[in-house]
Design a protein around this ligand. Sequence first.
Ligand SMILES: C[S@@+](CC[C@H](N)C(=O)[O-])C[C@H]1O[C@@H](n2cnc3c(N)ncnc32)[C@H](O)[C@@H]1O
Length: 296
Amino acid sequence: MSTTTQTEPVVVVPTSRNKNKRRSKRSSVQGPSLAEQADRHDLYQNAVQCVESEIDFIDETYAKLRGRKASILREDFCGTANTSCEWVRRRKTNTAIGVDLDDEVLGWGREHNLPTLEDDGVSRIELLCEDVLTVKTDKVDCLLAMNFSYWLFEQRSQLLEYFKRCLATLKDDGIFFLDAYGGYDAPREIEEERECNGFTYIWDQASYNPVNSHMECKIHFVMPDGSRIDNAFSYHWRLWTLPEIREVLGEAGFAKTTVYFEGIDEETEEGDGNFEAVEVADADAGWIAYIVAEKA
Ligand SMILES: C[S@@+](CC[C@H](N)C(=O)[O-])C[C@H]1O[C@@H](n2cnc3c(N)ncnc32)[C@H](O)[C@@H]1O
């Protein structure tokens, strides 16, 4: 699963049939393999993220709903802070706060993403190595919980506590942006393969328990020489549904929630990167949506 607008076809393979499918083509090749030379964060950013279109959506939706441009953004579960960097890049008046409790991934972002900012960009971004359930920051216009990261809160009470904290962090006219995915493939134990620029990305829905909706997902990368980075990233999540998420947002005190679905490109039959507010959507195999939760 990825939030990138995909142009390459996705191949879905039942997990059990796909195991060990790709054997390494390398036999007695000298020197480090391509997998050994690769950087998992770099591959992740290339395969999974499209921060430009994500920030387009956030910036445009905020302006449309509030009649002004947002300037302060907080990115929860920010990882390498790629999205925060894109926000800061957009306007000289923009500032960002990234929150993640993993110092290693924040360090990678500081080393690789922050230096790409021009002028005073670095001074307009703050990265906090903290837990989103306890962090205290200035109030913000936009709060982001993307890449389905908030699904790590598997109990309704935890999710409610997190959403209440999000509400308290927003300015009076602030907006909380989340993403979600679903469709009839979402609870299946399958792998999706997608060709990226110079490597294959594999999204592995390794297990799903229908009793509590707990799922384990993994990301693997396969390089052109057949070498692999297995379990580059792994996630333990609850597969939440849109109505459940909206109900908890409402219970937390959000005044209004709207679901935006991605349109489908008729030629490629893949997402076209355009998200529209919907009340009814097709029961597709896989979909990605944004939830826009308004404080007032
Ligand atoms: C799915 S990754 C998403 C990373 C980022 N959005 C990206 O695309 O690069 C989830 C991130 O959430 C972080 N995380 C997990 N639990 C957290 C918590 N309670 N508070 C803050 N960050 C957390 C992890 O360290 C990880 O970097």
